[in-house]
Design a protein around this ligand. Structure first.
Ligand code: WQD
Length: 338
């Protein structure tokens, strides 16, 4: 299929481009490089013989979207473009709603004008909020606790209403758990612009000597070692879930959410120990208070994705840490080093 990938130069988008092209899909990227660099696409091209077009532009720019739709005539869209920093979303709520909600609306209007009826949406497990039960399945109540989480849930609701009004349309809502890891080539990976907010890139920067010590946020949670537990998923598995979603969307109608996780969870201390095995050196840690808004533990029930998308996570924890270390050690300054 011809697949338009908004935000295709980002961490998850770039890995998805490679998996799409490996399966023979033709791709077109639209990215405004607000949190990415064009170097990503140079590297993606060097790793693939597939067909990739690219445009610089913002998903809130209707004229740009019309131009891309007219040139490329996509049969499906994967919509990654958005903002994702939970803390920042509280400081800049209107900006988050503008990019994540208005961006999705503008994209849907442009798809309507171009006759494109399939979309795969980059959602998040954060739409569930405080767990009522675990593992979360897709029927778990949604009650996000941040502006970021609400912007994702509102976009999901808009997509659901859109498919209800246009019966031939389909929206696949992928609720990601905690993506980590990097491509096997060590040429593409996660490259946070500032101090990493997330655990794995922070550990990787400690290992490579860019940060002194990891702050462990909280050691008194109701978990076996007292630290927070998450369902970490290898970014290549996550990328493959998008390819599976594109195949599913070919014959589906309506909107459907899918959890994309492994069903396993690991603590902060498990992650540090696994990273130490991968890099062969100790990771310095400092105990710190709980981070506001954090929950003790979360974990996916991904049975629906296993059964309906015919997708399953294949990479284990050691593959996640080894690939992160390979990427970080070969690119200590991320894409800036090239
Ligand atoms: C994981 C664990 C921390 C950093 C967030 C967003 C979510 C999603 C992914 C999407 C927790 C602990 C972390 C550190 C630590 N976003 N930790 N020291 O909070 O599960 O999810 O990112 O786009 O919406 O909420 O992921 O990687 O930040 O934290 O101890 O320096 O690591 O307390 O237990 P989180 P995370």
């Amino acid at each position: 299929m011809r697949v338009l990938v908004t935000g295709g130069a980002g961490y998850i988008g770039s890995h998805t481009l490679l998996e799409l092209m490996a399966q023979g899909h033709e791709v077109c990227v639209l990215d405004n490089y607000s949190n990415a660099t064009p170097e990503v696409l140079t590297r993606v091209r060097s790793l693939s013989n597939g067909v990739m077009h690219d445009y610089v532009g913002d998903v809130r720019d209707a004229d740009k979207l019309d131009e891309v739709m007219q040139d490329f005539q996509p049969e499906a869209v994967i919509h990654f473009a958005g903002l994702k920093a939970v803390g920042e979303s509280t400081q800049k709520p209107l900006h988050y709603y503008d990019v994540n909600v208005s961006g999705t609306l503008t994209l849907l209007h442009a798809m309507g004008r171009a006759g494109c009826k399939r979309i795969v949406f980059s959602s998040s497990a954060t739409v569930y909020g405080e767990p009522v039960y675990l593992p979360y399945d897709e029927a778990h109540p949604t009650n996000p606790t941040s502006v970021y989480g609400r912007s994702k849930l509102i976009a999901e609701q808009i997509l659901t209403d859109w498919t209800a009004a246009y019966p031939e349309s389909t929206a696949v809502l992928l609720r990601y758990f905690n993506p980590v890891g990097a491509h096997a080539s060590a040429q593409i990976g996660e490259d946070p612009k500032d101090i990493p907010n997330n655990l794995m890139p922070f550990i990787a920067q400690v290992a490579v000597g860019k940060r002194d010590a990891l702050q462990v946020f909280g050691d008194d949670y109701d978990t076996p070692d007292g630290t927070g537990m998450r369902d970490y998923i290898h970014v290549v598995d996550l990328a493959r879930a998008h390819v599976a979603a594109i195949t599913y969307a070919q014959d589906a109608t309506g909107a459907r959410p899918f959890n994309i996780g492994t069903g396993q969870s690991y603590s902060v201390r498990d992650m540090v120990a696994a990273f130490e095995r991968a890099c062969g050196k100790p990771i310095a840690t400092k105990q710190a208070p709980r981070r506001e808004g954090d929950i003790a533990a979360m974990q996916a029930d991904s049975t629906r994705a296993n059964e309906e998308l015919k997708w399953e996570a294949a990479h284990d924890l050691d593959a996640m840490t080894a690939s992160t270390w390979a990427w970080q050690s070969k690119n200590p300054n991320g894409y800036d080093g090239s």
